[in-house]
Structure formats: structure tokens, C-alpha cells
Design a protein around this ligand. Structure first.
Ligand SMILES: [Zn+2]
Length: 284
């Protein structure tokens, strides 16, 4: 009974958040503005559970969604890491540069001392692709795309890598993975009460990947990752100003970048965020 009450509470908050979220636009942008922090994730999830609509529906449907959220919440971070690893393995097979590759060698040189970073075990690899992007996932995998490496200096890449590490350290990647998992393959497992799937089918991993691509980190998460990146640069005596110049480049690139991380998308805030980095650096 207490659980039911709790679910109603969670639901109320989630529904509240959903209705207060940014207006959804239907312009050509490939991504939708979505999930923010934990509560927004729940909001998004409640929406997804009621078949994807973001508008509110009947109380019964909302309660149903709330129960789904509660069941889903029993999936542990460790299980989500496993799913994340499976997803990475799938993408790595397609795009990962081999160890001898010149991009792979450059990234290995830059990241060698960051494999064990801030209590986390990370792994880094290059994707050989024409997309300008980088991203991190809940298992601590950070992938940097070769086209991005072509645009950035070593110091700028380190700034971007610091930003990505910030998303892992602050739990953003885990929260997002949870939402994506639950909104797709995981809903089946949650509904059947079996908790987490062992090895997911390729189609399930594809569905999760799709959900991830169609979600974004919130602005506050991006800010948090920026700050982490800046601290990371200072901690290792890197050129902290490269955080700002990396963002200026991203802002100038504009265009139709798509991917897992808003930092590298055409989001108009890139210039503002560069200004913020500049101001923070000027303070001290
Ligand atoms: Zn980011």
C-alpha cells in the first residue's frame, strides 16, 4: 500500500515536470528536447509508458505509468552497466578504429593516464566516422569521433574528454541509460517482473540506442559537465582555455550534427557556454 502511495507521489511530480517541460517543436531538428535530471527522466518515462505522448491523459493511465516507473526503478546500476557494455560492443564492432590506426594512437596518447580517473575505470576509443561528435556511456566508455579529432587540437580534445568524463562521474549517463532502457527493451523485462535481461537481442540494443539518440542531456547537466571538464583541465595542468576554444569551434561548426551529446550538437547554446567558460577562467 505504501508503494502505491509513493507511486502516486512520484507520478504527480513526474506529470508536473512533463507539463512544465520545454515546448516540443516539430521542426526538422532530428532530436527532441527531452529528459533533464532525475525528475524529468521520470516525466519522460511516464510519457513514454503511456505510449509516447507528452500530453497528459487519464488518471488511470498515469497511475499505470507510475507503477511501470516503480518496477523499472528496481533495475540496478550494475545491470544497466551491463546493458551499456553490450550496446557499446555492438557499436564498436561497426565503427571502432583498430589499435594501430593513427587516430587511435593519438587518442591513446592523450588518454593513457586517465583510464583510472576519479574513482572510475574508463575506456577510450575512436570511431572512424564523418560525424563530429564524442560521447560517453554509463559503463565508462568514451568514444571520440575521428572527424572531431580533425577539428580539434590536443588540448581541446582533452577539454571535451574532461566534459564527457563529467557526464559519467555525475551520473548523467546512467540516468539517461535508465530512461532509454526502460522506454524500450526494458519495459518488457519490467512488465514480466524478470528485472533485467541477460544478453539482450540485437534488436533490443538497437531500440535502446535509438532512444539514447533521441534524448539529450539537460542544460544543467551540460553545465555540470562543463565545470567538471574545466576542473579536469586545471587539475592536470592542461590549457583550460582550450575548453572555451573547443566550444567556439563547435558553435562555429553549427550544422546538422547529431549524436549523444549536446555539447557537440548544433545547439545554439555552444557560444553562450563558451562565454561562460571564458568568464569562469577570468574569475581566477
Ligand atoms: Zn555534454
Amino acid at each position: 500500500m505504501k508503494k502505491l502511495l509513493l507511486s502516486a507521489l512520484v507520478l504527480t511530480l513526474a506529470a508536473c515536470n512533463t507539463t512544465q517541460g520545454p515546448p516540443t517543436t516539430s521542426k526538422a531538428a532530428p532530436k527532441t528536447e527531452a529528459s533533464g535530471g532525475v525528475m524529468s527522466s521520470l516525466g519522460a518515462l511516464a510519457g513514454a509508458a503511456t505510449s509516447g505522448g507528452s500530453g497528459s491523459s487519464s488518471t488511470d493511465m498515469k497511475v499505470g505509468a507510475g507503477l511501470d516507473v516503480l518496477k523499472a526503478a528496481t533495475i540496478s546500476d550494475a545491470d544497466l552497466k551491463t546493458v551499456s557494455l553490450q550496446m557499446r560492443a555492438r557499436d564498436d564492432k561497426k565503427s571502432k578504429a583498430p589499435a594501430g590506426d593513427k587516430y587511435a594512437q593519438r587518442l591513446a596518447r592523450l588518454t593513457a593516464k586517465h583510464v583510472n580517473e576519479d574513482g572510475m575505470t574508463l575506456n577510450f576509443a575512436v570511431y572512424r566516422t564523418s560525424s563530429i561528435n564524442a560521447n560517453a556511456t554509463a559503463d565508462g566508455s568514451i568514444r571520440v569521433y575521428s572527424a572531431l579529432m580533425d577539428k580539434m587540437t590536443d588540448q581541446e580534445l582533452l577539454g571535451i574528454i574532461g566534459h564527457e568524463i563529467g557526464h559519467v562521474k555525475n551520473g548523467h549517463t546512467m540516468a539517461r541509460m535508465r530512461t532509454a532502457y526502460l522506454a524500450s527493451a526494458g519495459r518488457k523485462a519490467a512488465a514480466s517482473g524478470s528485472g533485467v535481461a541477460g544478453a539482450l537481442a540485437d534488436s533490443d540494443l538497437g531500440a535502446i540506442g535509438e532512444k539514447l539518440l533521441n534524448s539529450q542531456f539537460s542544460q544543467s547537466q551540460e553545465t555540470e559537465a562543463d565545470d567538471y571538464g574545466l576542473a579536469f583541465m586545471k587539475k592536470y595542468g592542461y590549457d583550460a582555455k582550450a575548453m572555451e576554444s573547443a566550444m567556439r569551434k563547435i558553435a562555429a561548426l553549427g550544422g546538422a550534427q547529431t549524436g549523444l551529446d549536446q555539447m557537440l550538437s548544433s545547439h545554439p547554446d555552444a557560444a553562450k557556454r563558451a562565454d561562460r567558460m571564458r568568464d569562469k577562467l577570468a574569475q581566477k
